[in-house]
Design a protein around this ligand. Sequence first.
Ligand code: NAP
Length: 274
Amino acid sequence: MTGNISLVTGASGFIASHVVQQLLEKGEQVHATVRSIKNKKKIKNLLDMQKRWPGKLTLFEADLLAASSFDTPMKGCSVVYHIASPFFIENKIRDGQKEVVEPALKGTQHVLEAVQKNETVKIVILTSIIHYPPSISTQLVGGQLFLGVPDMWFAIVDVREVATAHIQAAQLPDSHGRYILADGKTRGFVELARILRSITQSSRIPKNTVPNALVRLSGPLLGLSQKWLKLNLSIPFDIDNRPSLEQLKIVYRPLEETLADHYRSWKSAQSLAH
Ligand SMILES: NC(=O)c1ccc[n+]([C@@H]2O[C@H](COP(=O)([O-])OP(=O)(O)OC[C@H]3O[C@@H](n4cnc5c(N)ncnc54)[C@H](OP(=O)(O)O)[C@@H]3O)[C@@H](O)[C@H]2O)c1
């Protein structure tokens, strides 16, 4: 079978599951890889999508470390979105080379080997890696930072825009090369706190910034290394996201909306866990 089928790797993941959903919303046929189809809990949202869009989503098992793993899922596909990747919070990584770099490189190599064997594939979209601090908004709403927040600045993007950008990169004629996906300016931790305080009405969310010297002292408690703090304290910067606006036609939604939706999803995950 050939045609407009898209392959999405790592479909149980945060970004890839949004890409799968947006492709299905556009009426497309999707092949999606997961590590284990038996793990119904992990792939629940994909099983729900299969029910919502009958006959449109086929699941396959594939592992980044297994050569030829992607050959079968890729059969008949014209676009490959390779998003599967080991993704860890920095301070949880013990051996970065073994846990992150090797599987990411091997996986990409295996996916590209499958592409070479498959004449139907016309476009490959790759997702790259970022460094991400421990979940900042979760710490804020969880009340761990009630005394104040460090003077840190974050490049922020909503996962729905990331998913749209993947699809636009495959479908729009002007797209090529690499894109930075983020709002044009970094946003301060204290601003995130202000927005979250107004969304949650919680008095445990801080109003103030903590002096840098105090943050350096308490870095280990926050799970942040001194090296990371040196590179990230008090460094706001601008981001040239024009290619994503002009070529991918991305419209970045307001941070308030992203945080409000993030808070709702955090609350519902909390209530499901109890
Ligand atoms: N989230 C962000 O803020 C962000 C921002 C920019 C870029 N990125 C990059 O985007 C990519 C995906 O991020 P994400 O947030 O969607 O991560 P995620 O939710 O952790 O998803 C990663 C996916 O990769 C799969 N995977 C991991 N190891 C695998 C292996 N050995 N074989 C097959 N599949 C494997 C996971 O499968 P299992 O479910 O079986 O573990 C999961 O489906 C990463 O490269 C990340 O660095 C993330």
